[in-house]
Design a protein around this ligand. Structure first.
Ligand SMILES: Cc1cc2nc3c(=O)[nH]c(=O)nc-3n(C[C@H](O)[C@H](O)[C@H](O)COP(=O)(O)O)c2cc1C
Length: 260
């Protein structure tokens, strides 16, 4: 990587992608790069200068990523040749993400520096959480993320292509109906006896799907990112008819920290 600094945008539903972004950031900083980690949902901030690369870290969802993350990517300005890299975390399979992000970035004149998926615990309907397995996956991610940062620094990180299904998976994730179908299947509900009316769920929702009346009310824009369930202090939000356990890999303060 020839750029001396990186503006590194992440979205993380329950913390996994934040952990991966932090691990890559550590490696880049050890290699002398000035990295600013930014929350993707707060929007794009103009690049510091022409010597700043772009980093993107997103959750794999529906073999691609969330609609608001695509909106962010599509809203990026012309890269004017600057380098860009992508990381993502997933339960096991992406497919529609890496090739489509590369195509989009190249069309905006960014230079692809490398892309890598990291396997992390599934945060979706994870009702049989094995803490031991979760730890093993996280430790493996930390090692792989450090190696990826080294490869970025040395300029030999790959950006592997997808498979024949990749264009289809990407297009599917850009339609509204699959997300609606998923959110209707996993219908959110609030246990009013437990709710402390703190409003954290509404503030954290990246899809602006929660309106805080006396209790949280869910609208029709949910993309099932799990944030509201994960960070509800009394675990009052769940999925109707399901034994849903709260899963998160960072604490609320870490997710919203301005000092990343
Ligand atoms: C709505 C939703 C869809 C998901 N879809 C996929 C998927 O298509 N492939 C996959 O490997 N993992 C999938 N996962 C699992 C997440 O990608 C994985 O747990 C990720 O590390 C979560 O990161 P985060 O905590 O930063 O959001 C999905 C999770 C959610 C909540």
């Amino acid at each position: 990587m020839k750029e001396t600094s990186v503006d590194f945008y992440f979205f993380s539903g329950t913390g996994n992608t934040l952990l991966a972004a932090r691990a890559v950031t550590r490696g880049l900083r050890e290699g002398g790069k000035d990295v600013r980690l930014r929350r993707l949902e707060k929007g794009f901030v103009p690049f510091r200068d022409g010597d700043t690369a772009l980093g993107i870290a997103v959750t794999v969802a529906m073999f691609s990523t969330y609609p608001f993350a695509w909106d962010f990517l599509e809203s990026l300005p012309d890269g004017e040749g600057r380098g860009a890299f992508l990381i993502s975390t997933m339960g096991g399979a992406s497919g529609g993400l890496r090739p489509a992000v590369k195509k989009l970035l190249v069309s905006k004149h960014y230079t692809p520096l490398g892309a890598r998926d990291f396997v992390m615990p599934s945060n979706y309907n994870n009702i049989t959480i094995s803490l031991e397995k979760n730890r093993e996956k996280t430790e493996r991610m930390e090692k792989n993320a450090a190696a990826f940062a080294d490869a970025l620094l040395e300029g030999n990180a790959p950006w592997k292509g997808g498979n024949v299904l990749s264009p289809l998976l990407y297009r599917l994730s850009r339609r509204q109906w699959p997300w609606k179908l998923m959110s209707r299947k996993f219908h959110l509900e609030v246990d009013r006896a437990k709710c402390i009316k703190c409003g954290k769920c509404a503030r954290l929702c990246p899809a602006k799907n929660i309106r805080m009346e006396e209790y949280p009310e869910f609208l029709d824009r949910c993309v099932s990112c799990q944030r509201c369930i994960a960070f509800c202090p009394p675990a009052a939000i769940g999925v109707q008819g399901k034994n849903y356990q709260q899963y998160r890999s960072v604490e609320y303060g870490e997710l919203v920290s301005e000092n990343l």
